[in-house]
Design a protein around this ligand. Structure first.
Ligand code: BEZ
Ligand code: FE
Length: 329
């Protein structure tokens, strides 16, 4: 509907013409991106109802489910992220918004357990103080796609304790643990001491857990450690390293595993290395070389992929603020 035009008459709507009329009344907004997203949301929701012959009872069940998802949310519990995760939507959105050129490190799900309260830790510091965990030395590099080191990258790292719980899942915790923020050195290196990650179930005592049960799905994530990289001029990278051969490697409840992110736990075999990093000979070792993409390379690839997607769907489009909107006169 053109701006300033009279709104449509919304009477006597039918299964066949309600979608275009809802779209017409929503089209008064000057925000073209909002208009586009809402139009496609309504189209897909209406098609869902038409295609499945959705009953009133079924829709009410869905509404009650979403109500429960909202009601269980708190400062430390984000059930909507969990729902998005188990439906594969989180991974999908991250892949679209942060496309990765060949040779760069792939992203994966953020999950609901990243916090902003992690302490800054010096290189070589210990991020997990769980005495039950198996000690792990983590040695990493962060570079650009041409192999140049990236000094001064801020790296958030977080993992569960040996029981599979994040610090924020303990009501009586004293402060952050199993997490830290580190900064890469001049050579793009960073290293720290942690514990060997373990598999754990995503919170499944709420509505999302019940849904998984109905779907005969388990709630487990394979053993992993989370990493988030921030550096001016580079696209932020949210990723994780997964332990190869974990029992849940191929059935992650939130679809986060990628082959390029699988690592083997090695052993510190070189006495000099043990000495340099202050660990015992034979202790567990995890290494990885991360590769970041510049903002410009990410933006170019995002646009290229968006153009490809619009052409495939058959939409006439243009870009506003680097995001596609329909191209209508
Ligand atoms: C996590 O890895 O922390 C996580 C991801 C998605 C849902 C729950 C937890
Ligand atoms: Fe996790």
């Amino acid at each position: 509907m053109a701006e300033g035009a009279a709104p449509p008459s919304l009477k006597d709507l039918t299964i066949d013409n309600i979608t275009e009329n809802v779209h017409a009344i929503n089209s008064q907004t000057p925000n073209l991106r909002l208009k586009f997203i809402l139009e496609r949301t309504v189209v897909h929701l209406h098609d869902l109802a038409r295609e499945t012959r959705l009953t009133t009872d079924e829709w009410m069940t869905a509404i009650l489910f979403l109500t429960q998802v909202g009601q269980i949310c708190s400062d430390v519990r984000q059930e909507f992220i969990l729902l998005s995760d188990v439906l594969g939507l989180s991974l999908l959105v991250d892949s679209i918004d942060h496309p990765k050129p060949k040779g760069s490190t792939e992203g994966t799900v953020l999950g609901p357990f990243h916090t902003h309260e992690a302490q800054h830790e010096s290189l070589g510091g210990t991020i997990s103080h769980d005495p039950e965990g198996e000690k792990l030395l983590v040695l990493c590099t962060v570079k650009d796609v041409d192999g140049n080191p990236i000094p001064g990258a801020m790296i958030d790292v977080w993992e569960t304790d040996s029981k599979g719980f994040y610090d924020v899942q303990y009501a009586d915790r004293n402060g952050p643990d199993g997490r830290a923020v580190l900064t890469s050195d001049d050579k793009g290196d960073f290293w720290f001491k942690a514990i060997v990650p373990v598999p754990y179930p995503i919170p499944h005592d709420g509505p999302v857990g019940k849904l998984l049960m109905h779907l005969k799905r388990h709630p487990y994530r394979p053993s992993h450690m989370h990493f988030m990289f921030k550096k001016d001029g580079f696209d932020p990278l949210i990723t994780a390293l997964y332990l190869r051969n974990d029992p849940y490697e191929s059935t992650d409840a939130v679809f986060g595993v990628k082959n390029s992110l699988l690592v083997d736990i090695q052993r510190v075999q070189d006495p000099e290395m043990a000495n340099t990093y202050g660990v015992e000979l034979g202790s567990a070792l995890m290494t990885y070389d991360f590769v970041l993409v510049t903002d410009k390379a990410a933006a170019d690839l995002r646009r290229e992929k968006a153009e490809e997607a619009m052409r495939k769907i058959g939409f006439k489009y243009r870009f506003i603020d680097d995001l596609p909107v329909p191209d209508v006169d």
